[in-house]
Ligand binder design. Structure first.
Ligand SMILES: [Fe+2]
Length: 161
């Protein structure tokens, strides 16, 4: 059956870039859901700054989700952002149930960012030969998520003695 959207990539390049993009869509959707869950459930003395920083992360994750999903479509690959797919395939670290102390939220967000960044970096390697345009997009996302990974750690980091 002919595909409705043709790609400028060959079949192998399309498969590699498509897998990287589909996996990243799933991870970013989960990251945005985790950050919203944390935004609603955080409590503690640093509530306000953590609550606001979480929405900054939600915005970044949502914007990147759309770019990545539409890059998939541009190379003729159908993105899958269904809840069931995200639940089965996400490489994020997850988030606890119920109210969460601000310090626990920070720890969980750093862990989730690290997990998503690790997968992004392996997809950056995987797309090196297949599609530099996709790779460039993944690099931009990794740079922003690594910036956020720093900022989340800095909220609780202490100067070494
Ligand atoms: Fe809100």
């Amino acid at each position: 059956m002919a595909e409705p959207i043709t790609s400028t990539l060959d079949e192998e390049q399309q498969r590699i870039a498509g897998d990287a993009l589909r996996g990243t869509v799933v991870d970013l959707i989960d990251l945005s859901l985790i950050a919203k869950q944390a935004h609603w459930n955080v409590i503690g003395p640093n509530f306000r700054s953590v609550h606001l920083a979480l929405d900054e992360l939600v915005t970044a994750a949502r914007e990147f989700t759309d770019s990545v999903a539409e890059r998939a479509t541009a190379i003729g690959v159908s993105p899958d952002g269904r809840a069931s797919t995200v639940a089965q395939q996400s490489s994020a670290a997850g988030f606890g149930d119920g109210w969460q102390a601000d310090s626990a939220v920070i720890e969980a967000i750093v862990k989730n960012l690290a997990a998503v960044i690790a997968r992004l970096r392996s997809r950056i390697d995987a797309t090196e030969k297949a599609d530099l345009v996709t790779q460039d997009m993944l690099i931009e996302i990794a740079a922003r998520l690594e910036q956020l990974h720093w900022m989340w750690q800095a909220q609780v980091a202490t100067v070494p003695k």
